[in-house]
Design a protein around this ligand. Sequence first.
Ligand code: PLZ
Length: 442
Amino acid sequence: MVQLSDTRPSGTTIPGQASTDLQARRSQHVARGLGITLPVFIDHAEGALLFDVDGNRFIDLASGIAVTSVGAAAPEVARRVAEQAARFTHTCFMVTEYAGYVDVAEALNRLTPGNHEKRTALFTTGAEAVENAVKIARTATGRSAVVVLDHAYHGRTLMTMTMTAKHTPYKRGFGPYAPEIYRVPVAYPFRYVGDEKQCAADALARVEEIVRIQIGEREVAAIVAEPILGEGGFIVPAHGFYAGLAAFAREHGIVFVADEIQTGFARTGRMFACEHEGVVPDLITTAKALGGGLPLSAVTGRAEIMDAVEPGGLGGTYAGNPVSCAAALAAIDIIESQDLVGKAAAIGEHVLPRLRALADRHPVIGDVRGRGAMLAMEFVEPGTTVPNPDAARAVAAACHADGVLVLVCGTFNNVIRLLPPLVIGTDLLDEALAVLEQALAA
Ligand code: PLZ
């Protein structure tokens, strides 16, 4: 057992004085609408550690939100970013070109599932990638409806906020929403009475019925779905559901879009999470870990679908920024050369049994789930499936007070998720788990 007194942050209180002073300035100058998980201001990072402006040290089990898989200060990313920035920071790929953009597109076409001919278009944010995937699917099919899942998260723009399931805080007051977005159930094993196979079959039958009766198969341009629903609570759909959804799309000429913005790039112990279910999507959206910490997103997919859009139809001033491309190429090199796919799988094998043991001891944990380094605990009223957001919040707060950064998520705000940088060492992981165990005991 790790001695917590030895591993406590070396600084003052959390938040310390310098963070508190900055917080006062923030309140005065920054819009109130931006939330905050832990009110400390970061000074620098080192591997899976974050250090704040008061000298407090945090073990990072968030990676931003699944962004810094290679660490938040990977020297190779920093070196290539600096080198690119010194050569040129921007030209706009639609005005004059640069090789980095093509290099990233080529890497994405190589790494994403399927051996078919592919094309990639780069953007800046995840929401922008999802939104462009919809535009591309609509052009390719000549149809307009978009089908999304219960508990889905796809972004904060008008289209992607509409595609997102949860009202508060993402939609409250922001309507009217985009038209032609339809929601169908997802196979959520913990909230289903019956076995996993039945769970998948039931949800699929409902999806097919809703699409047939309420929408019409031939009206649907795209089904957009996360292979593991991230913000919605790290829901791993019952085995067979995701593949069934993709097969249904194929049968009706619907473009199947895997939103791998949170799950992609080694996070789940495969390069892409849809590989766990044997699914080859028509289009795949990526962002977050792709850019190694710099803003970069992409849509990658079948050449005939991607190339349905006429020249000039896709783009954006900053889309595929050269500095972001340099960071992405460094991140991809690290992911491949340091076998972060294998590391993510090993993190899962190390942590999952510890979380399951915790669930056995603490009935407030109703479910433990996830894949690779994308792991979660769902908190409930003991012995029921009634969500217990207070318990999740209290455990997260206790972790924060002891220098471990975890995030709460879920439709019911009752899930603690673990998203460590994939380069984290076993020592830090064990130290963080000891803090989590202590937080639960308290
Ligand atoms: N699709 C699957 O997880 C971003 C949201 C943070 P952007 N998830 C973090 C917040 O509260 O704003 C996400 C995702 C999936 C799309 C997105 C959107 O990516 O880069 O935040 O636009």
